[in-house]
Design a protein around this ligand. Structure first.
Ligand code: SAH
Length: 196
């Protein structure tokens, strides 16, 4: 079937690192995503000083937007290059420290303290390491996860959410027979079964 064509597709961590090295990052939006502007009120729901999570964050400029609004931002990304580019492109000083619970992982934190970016796989995280979040901006994340890992990803995301948190999810609608992804095609019905 149409979706069956993608269910065994895999993009490895090495392939993602290589995309960053080759600057093959067509997914990066320098101007930020218009849908975050459009649905910002839904994410914030009148609340201030939130903890917002950016799974598979790349160097998303929306992290800077939300930090500038007074929220505290946590991201996770396998490419250290992406995270360094983020801080450099916004002229933000940062410091680096190991993450004792995750071997080989690093945390890059803005000196001002309100942006903490974990350099590791999202599957290494848990709420005991990063805490829980009031909001999630999932753009280029669920749709970038290998289809076979979606259930694991969604279950983890649910454990990282506070009771009243809001989750903004961007998916891409297209003919999965014509493109192997990522982004992968995630049908509405699957989103319902993953997140309830
Ligand atoms: N959300 C970002 C980036 C989307 S592209 C944006 O909107 O621009 C997906 C990103 O996920 C890539 O930067 C890739 O390096 C990263 N990635 C892929 N698998 C990952 C994993 N298991 N854990 C953490 N990051 C991952």
């Amino acid at each position: 079937t149409d979706i069956g064509a993608q269910k065994d597709s895999v993009v490895t961590e090495e392939e993602w690192l290589r995309k960053w090295e080759m600057n093959n990052i067509g997914f990066h939006k320098e101007q930020g995503h218009p849908l975050l502007q459009k649905y910002l009120d839904v994410l914030l729901n009148g609340r201030n000083g939130l903890r917002i999570f950016f799974p598979l964050c790349g160097k998303a400029v929306e992290m800077k937007w939300l930090a500038d609004m007074g929220h505290s931002v946590v991201g996770v990304e396998v490419s250290e290059q992406a995270l360094k580019e983020f801080f450099a492109e916004h002229s933000l000083p940062y410091c680096e420290e190991p993450v004792p619970e995750i071997s080989g992982a690093k945390k890059l934190q803005s000196t001002s303290g309100n942006i903490s970016l974990y350099c590791c796989s999202i599957y290494d995280l848990s709420s005991s390491i990063v805490g829980k979040f009031d909001g999630v901006w999932d753009r280029g994340a669920l749709v970038a996860v290998n289809p076979r890992d979606r259930q694991r990803y969604a279950s983890l995301m649910i454990t990282l959410m506070e009771k009243n948190s809001s989750y903004l999810l961007v998916t891409v609608s297209y003919d999965p027979n014509k493109h192997k992804g990522p982004p992968f095609y995630v049908p509405e019905s699957e989103i319902k079964s993953l997140f309830g």
